[in-house]
Design a protein around this ligand. Structure first.
Ligand code: ZN
Length: 143
């Protein structure tokens, strides 16, 4: 456990080194302020730079304008869906009613699946719509 008054290794922005610090203030689990044992300045706690493990798993729900393509990642349905939805922010959302007819590009709202985008019409009484969890075949034009 880290408690105020205890030593901790932190990065000192004055000394520009990972140095032993004393914890000055802490809230719950987070160390807030530390005092550098070397320059005796109190500053915000910064983790030592020496072992900065970057574990950034960014989960972007807003897929708009994703420029970086370092890896070829197969988009998940949810990602594809949110990208499509982002492009359709101005579109009218029509409640899904089986008796109605829809066409590609329409946004529908389904009581169970949520909002979806009509991808294509299949035959005369069906269409494919992409919902957040998967693409579903929906019936249309049936009364
Ligand atoms: Zn220092």
């Amino acid at each position: 456990m880290t408690t105020p008054g205890k030593d901790i290794i932190a990065y000192c922005s004055s000394c520009k080194l990972d140095l032993a610090h004393i914890i000055v203030a802490k809230n719950e689990e987070k160390i807030v302020k530390v005092e550098c044992n070397t320059c005796h300045k109190t500053h915000v706690f910064r983790p030592p730079k020496g072992d900065v493990v970057k574990k950034k798993k960014k989960k972007t729900t807003k897929a708009k304008g994703r420029a970086r393509k370092s890896k070829k990642v197969v988009k998940s349905n949810a990602e594809e869906w949110s990208e499509q939805m982002a492009l359709k922010t101005d579109a009218k959302v029509a409640p899904y009613v089986m008796a109605n007819s829809f066409q590609a590009g329409d946004i529908i709202s389904h009581p169970k699946f949520g909002n979806g985008i009509v991808i294509k019409v299949v035959g005369t009484q069906k269409f494919e719509a992409m919902f957040e969890d998967s693409i579903k075949l929906m019936a249309q034009g049936r009364s």
